[in-house]
Design a protein around this ligand. Structure first.
Ligand code: ZN
Ligand code: ZN
Ligand code: FE
Length: 760
């Protein structure tokens, strides 16, 4: 039998996931000798043995890597046979080129949890236990290759017992970089609001007691701090709302186990699968009536964001406290999530009564991810921990790396290299200096990990976006991308569509090529270009963006557009809640078209109609009323309102005025908000389906893409998909957010096409 040698180079998610130990045991099983090592590009193997053994070995490497390891490609080259006896894991080699993808942080596995709960185990009650299948990854990596000295675990020296696990190929912790135990690893520290140590036997027990007493505790986690309080206590939740100045936005809740989750929410099989996955995201699920959750946790919202413990610290705490906990991002409103101990003590002073700290540094901020199941598919609303930095495979190959800067709100950026797009973690709204700095740092870190410094920069067309300014300050070629084109391209890229497609992009606002605000767009699009087939009649926004937090202004604008000045507003209870002087002033603004920028966002239409019919003048966060309007709809109602496109115009214009008149007629006739909302939704659904059918009739059937923040509305997504039926392929974003958090992927795809078409 001929003895041969093979050299292999493997790319993919192959570091920090127990890949080399698996290669080692597979080599032993196949009777192959040689060596395996990491470098910045991936995993290298030199293997020697009989030809057929080598081929069996390669086949297993290609096809049966244990998740979360993922072999993207395996390059093979023959080499001279070497007579080595053993198979070994050898030291990592540094290299300049990088294409390895490090894994995201992974929720505590079953084996580690069992140890932490077992009194006889040496890791009993240890909050930082982990192994090659679970634990921190992306948030502790400083540099590549992914080895302990290049993580924030570098400062902890393993004890003899941990080192032995780390060195034993048969052990679950073989080369588990964050490996630690109570004797050698990170430790907890409890301090009070002034930063002074709290003397206690067990910090976790002290925290559990404080939480049961209604206190608010800042808790350091994987990707940042949480603010925690008793989710069953309206008083505690109210106090947190007051201190955090967050009057209404829903809080996510961590529960002890899936069983506990099932007691407070109705869970589908898919939702259970998501909750218990190693990504451990927050999943928006339907709350059970009469659950023990406080009413003010998510006021007026039938959904509740639930997640399960994803570190041993969380598991231990939830078992001690024995009630659901609010676990919301530990930040001041609009600022990035706190990550360093000192930062938390300063920023969260006045909010938290106690701080549960630890001494493992967080290198990269990573908020919790948020998902919702819509039309039977999981859709990522916020993409961060558990997902970042897993790449998305592109349906094309980039010749040069591209940085896409994302939007202004809910920002996430994207770096593309070769066939892979790496979406950065959710950064937030870029209108705060600290958030901007966090954004720039995150971009720099991901570029560093990928070993690229793109000189092609894609950004939004909006000249005022902070992300646009950042793009312009960078050296290299800048490409401005229209907002809704990017929304559509993003969904195309995720699903590997080549185009053209029929793209429906509905959101709050986005800069149009004519300099006005778009947001209800029907596009005939491929990556390189688009034609705007239909849009909505614009709404004059009295006072501009102020109206987003004061939707009564939008309601006034809609009434003014539909009826002119003769309609008396004060008969509606909405306007009786508004200062009469302000109301009069807004009336004059509308009459004289003074400071009333025109916007076409469907999101604004939701805001305005919701304000009027729900008699709610204000919104404490963008889209609050739109969300409430969605939830109130009586899904059994089949009637609709008139909303048809004017096909004489180019683009066609959907005129909302007949619909507003019909809404007002219903309102005056005492129709319920539930019915009006349903009819409003039905009108939009019919209009979307109608325009799509007309587009198909004109230019032929194409895949249909539904995207933009408005398509976080389950009713719209499900009903439009249903109405179009099996005759049409309907796609919506799943792995990336439908809203502006998913925009960067589309910017990248369009920029690539623009460069291809311009021939350089
Ligand atoms: Zn584990
Ligand atoms: Zn140890
Ligand atoms: Fe948008």
């Amino acid at each position: 039998m001929g003895l041969e040698g093979l050299r292999m180079e493997i790319h993919g998610t192959v570091q920090g996931v127990g890949f080399r130990p698996w290669v080692y045991t597979t080599a032993l099983e196949e009777g192959v000798s040689g060596r395996v090592w990491n470098n910045g590009e991936g995993v290298f193997i030199e293997a020697f043995g009989p030809g057929e053994r080598l081929r069996a070995f390669v086949e297993r490497l290609r096809s049966s890597a244990p998740p979360p390891a993922f072999v993207q490609d395996l390059e093979l080259r023959a080499m001279a046979y070497e007579a080595v006896e053993r198979f070994e894991i050898v030291s990592s080699v540094l290299s300049a080129a990088r294409r390895v993808s490090i894994p995201p942080d992974l929720a505590t596995c079953g084996d580690c949890l069992r140890e932490v709960l077992a009194p006889e185990d040496r890791r009993f009650r240890y909050p930082f236990a982990n192994c090659t299948r679970c634990g921190p990854r992306f948030t502790i990596v400083r540099d590549l290759p992914y080895d302990r000295p290049l993580t924030t675990m570098a400062s902890f020296r393993m004890c003899a017992a941990c080192q032995e696990e780390y060195d034993s190929p048969e052990d679950r912790r073989f080369h588990a970089q964050p490996n630690a135990c109570p004797g050698c690893g990170p430790t907890l520290e409890l301090v009070d609001a002034s930063g002074a140590p709290v003397h206690c036997q067990d910090p976790l027990e002290a925290v559990a007691l404080a939480l049961r007493e209604g206190k608010i505790v800042a808790i350091k986690g994987l990707g940042g701090f949480h603010l925690a309080c008793d989710a069953a206590s309206a008083e505690a939740v109210g106090e947190l709302r007051c201190r955090k100045r967050r009057p209404a936005k829903p809080f996510a809740t961590m529960v002890e186990s899936l069983e506990h989750a099932g007691r407070i929410a109705v869970l589908s099989r898919e939702e259970c699968r998501l909750l218990t996955s190693p990504r451990a995201p927050i999943v928006l699920v339907r709350r059970r009536t009469g659950s023990r959750l406080a009413k003010n946790l998510a006021p007026g919202n039938p959904l509740v964001g639930i997640f399960l413990p994803y570190t041993p610290l969380h598991h231990l705490l939830l078992r001690l406290v024995r009630r659901p906990l609010v676990m919301t991002s530990g930040n001041l409103s609009r600022r990035p999530i706190c990550r360093a101990n000192g930062e938390a003590l300063t920023e969260l002073q006045g909010i938290a009564d106690l701080f549960l700290l630890h001494d493992r540094k967080i290198e990269t901020r990573c908020d919790d991810s948020v998902l919702r199941v819509m039309a039977g598919r999981p859709v990522v609303f916020r993409r961060a921990r558990g997902f970042v930095p897993s790449p998305i495979e592109l349906p094309f190959r980039l010749e040069r790396p591209i940085l896409a800067c994302g939007a202004q709100m809910k920002n996430a950026f994207c770096v593309g290299v070769g066939e892979l797009a790496y979406l950065g973690p959710h950064v937030g709204d870029l209108d705060d200096m600290a958030t901007l700095e966090s954004y720039e740092e995150a971009v720099g870190h991901l570029e560093h990990l990928l070993g690229v410094k793109p000189d092609l920069i894609a950004h939004d067309l909006h000249p005022g976006y902070t992300s646009t300014r950042v793009a312009r300050e960078r050296p290299g070629r800048k490409i401005a991308i229209q907002h809704h084109h990017a929304h559509v391209a993003s969904c195309m890229a995720e699903h590997g569509l080549q185009g053209p497609v029929i793209g429906v992009a509905f959101d709050g606002t986005g800069h149009g090529t004519d300099g006005t605000a778009w947001g209800g767009e029907f596009l005939w699009a491929d990556y390189g270009s688009f034609t705007r087939v239909a849009t909505f009649r614009p709404i004059p926004l009295p006072g501009g963006d102020v109206a987003i937090r004061q939707p009564w202004r939008i309601a006034a604008a809609l009434l003014y557009e539909a009826f002119g000045a003769q309609l008396s507003w004060v008969k509606y209870s909405l306007f009786r809640q508004v200062d009469p002087a302000q109301l009069k002033f807004v009336g004059r603004m509308l009459e004289r078209r003074f400071q009333t920028p025109l916007v076409r966002g469907v999101g604004r239409l939701f805001d305005g109609v919701a304000a009027l019919c729900l008699a709610r003048p204000l919104a404490s966060f963008e889209g609050e009323l739109a969300l409430a309007w969605n939830f109130v709809a009586d899904v059994s109602e089949e009637a609709s309102y008139p909303l048809a496109p004017d096909r004489e115009m180019d683009p066609w214009v959907l005129d909302y005025r007949p619909m507003i008149r019909a809404v007002v007629e219903d309102l005056d006739g005492g129709e319920s908000a539930e019915k009006i909302s349903a009819k409003f939704h039905n009108a939009l659904i019919a209009a979307i389906v109608g325009v799509i059918r007309s587009m198909v009739a004109r230019k032929g059937a194409r895949p249909i893409v539904l995207t933009g923040g408005c398509f976080q509305n389950e009713l719209l997504v499900e009903r439009v998909s249903q109405a179009l039926g099996s005759a049409h392929e309907v796609f919506f974003p799943e792995q990336i957010p439908p809203g502006d958090g998913g925009l960067a992927l589309g910017q990248l795809a369009v920029a690539h096409a623009v460069i291809q078409e311009s021939g350089n």
